[in-house]
Design a protein around this ligand. Structure first.
Ligand SMILES: *Cc1c(COP(=O)(O)O)cnc(C)c1O
Ligand SMILES: [Zn+2]
Length: 414
């Protein structure tokens, strides 16, 4: 018996058969995957998960694939959840954790969603995988398409960071650099789904792609000893993963995997240079997310017209979370703060998340004993250029001759 029953509109509840489509024909609402919950309830258990592989596929029962043997995988997920003692001490948090998703195969969170999307697409006969990307998605799609032996078309904004372009190109995809920003790229690709037989990970097969996000929250609960934290800090681009993390919590409770029914506060993080969800959250009408033109170093989350923005605001409010935003300088400071205190080098999106965490902590949001988890979603080598241009070299750097004399003159030993 298949566990996946079909697709359902998040707005009007209209139901659809399983197919590569993502919008409701009745009301244009987004479509979500529907599972046979009664059947899953009988098989899902902590011990069954714990016996699974050390990857996100230990959660295959809760993902939209019927044959877990045929999945396209590079060992994504089950990334470290580290207790951040030193960063916590700086911020007055005694139970601060970082979910380090920069440790994924292509060094970002996107490997989770892409592994699911490509597995679904291949199982359903697609021969070409495509995506509209701010960078990390193209990187993951190019790698997983290579792994699966599928054709690949990735569409990126023309001004992407050189390190990201190199990390995409090495997999030899058809790389289409569009003269425009991500929202232009996305609009073009939304038109292309009509005239190509391609699976666009984040467009026509988005309902399946999105499901991969849940594993980040499943793992966090498992790694906390099958407990939910008090608050989660999540970076927001389209808002897709934010919404799926809320669904993941619902499933953890529904399937009895965690004790209790208390839902964490869901807090969102944006860069002020692209903050449509934050703007709406703090306006009179959080249900109206007005598009903005992105201008920020946090390019991987620079989506000016986020499809799930309204849902992010509803979830943040309903769970007691907030949506906060940080300046460009705060992003770079946060990248350095995380590196200096915890030995973790994150990209600008992680700078946004840690920047928001620091801002809220310093404003007195927490008493100190709450369990707070920040999702660090990408690796610093992807955006290393922002450190050089923002602050120059390390303040502790010296240059010396290869002599003891020069060393004694220039280096002070404490
Ligand atoms: C894509 C991405 C996000 C956010 O994803 P959405 O689901 O679109 O909100 C966060 N961090 C990084 C590093 C990403 O690449
Ligand atoms: Zn609908």
């Amino acid at each position: 018996m298949p566990k996946l029953l079909g697709l359902r509109c998040r707005e009007c509840g209209a139901e659809y058969e399983l197919q590569a489509t993502h919008v409701c024909e009745m009301c244009f609402g987004p479509l979500d995957a529907v599972y046979d919950q009664a059947a899953l309830k009988k098989i899902v258990s902590r011990s069954r998960i714990e016996q699974g592989p050390s990857s996100m596929w230990r959660y295959c029962d809760l993902l939209p694939v019927e044959d877990s043997v045929a999945v396209v995988t590079l060992g994504e997920g089950f990334t470290p959840l580290v207790k951040a003692e030193r960063l916590g001490a700086e911020l007055g948090l005694r139970n601060l954790y970082l979910k380090n998703d920069s440790m994924n195969p292509t060094n970002s969170f996107k490997d989770r969603v892409v592994s699911v999307a490509i597995s679904w697409a291949r199982a359903h006969g697609f021969e070409t995988i495509a995506c509209a990307s701010t960078g990390n998605l193209a990187n993951a799609v190019a790698a997983y398409a290579a792994r699966a032996g599928l054709e690949c078309f990735v569409f990126i904004p023309i001004d992407l960071e050189p390190a990201k372009v190199a990390a995409i190109s090495v997999f030899d995809p058809n790389l289409v650099a569009v003269r425009g920003n991500y929202d232009d790229v996305n609009r073009l690709c939304s038109q292309l789904i009509e005239s190509t037989p391609w699976a666009f990970c984040n467009i026509n097969i988005r309902p399946f792609y999105a499901e991969g996000s849940k594993t980040l929250t499943f793992e966090t609960a498992e790694q906390l000893g099958w407990k939910l934290p008090d608050e989660i800090i999540i970076p927001i681009a389209s808002g897709c993963q934010f919404v799926r993390h809320r669904q993941a919590v619902r499933e953890l409770i529904e399937y009895g995997l965690v004790r209790g029914e208390r839902v964490p506060a869901f807090t969102g993080a944006q860069a002020l240079g692209c903050a449509p969800v934050y703007n709406a959250f703090h306006s009179d009408n959080p249900d109206r997310v007005l598009p903005v033109k992105p201008d920020t170093i946090a390019k991987s989350i620079a989506i000016g017209n986020p499809s799930d923005g309204v849902y992010v605001n509803r979830i943040a409010r309903e769970t007691g979370g907030v949506v906060e935003a940080v300046t460009e300088e705060e992003i770079v400071d946060a990248i350095r703060l995380l590196a200096r205190t915890e030995g973790i080098f994150t990209e600008t999106a992680g700078g946004v998340t840690i920047g928001v965490l620091a801002k809220l902590a310093r404003a007195g949001r927490w008493k100190g004993d709450e369990t707070v988890v920040a999702y660090v979603t990408g690796h610093g080598l992807k955006t290393a250029d922002v450190l050089a241009s923002a602050n120059g070299h390390s303040s502790k750097r010296v240059e010396i001759d290869p002599t003891m004399k020069s060393f004694r003159e220039k280096v002070s030993i404490s």
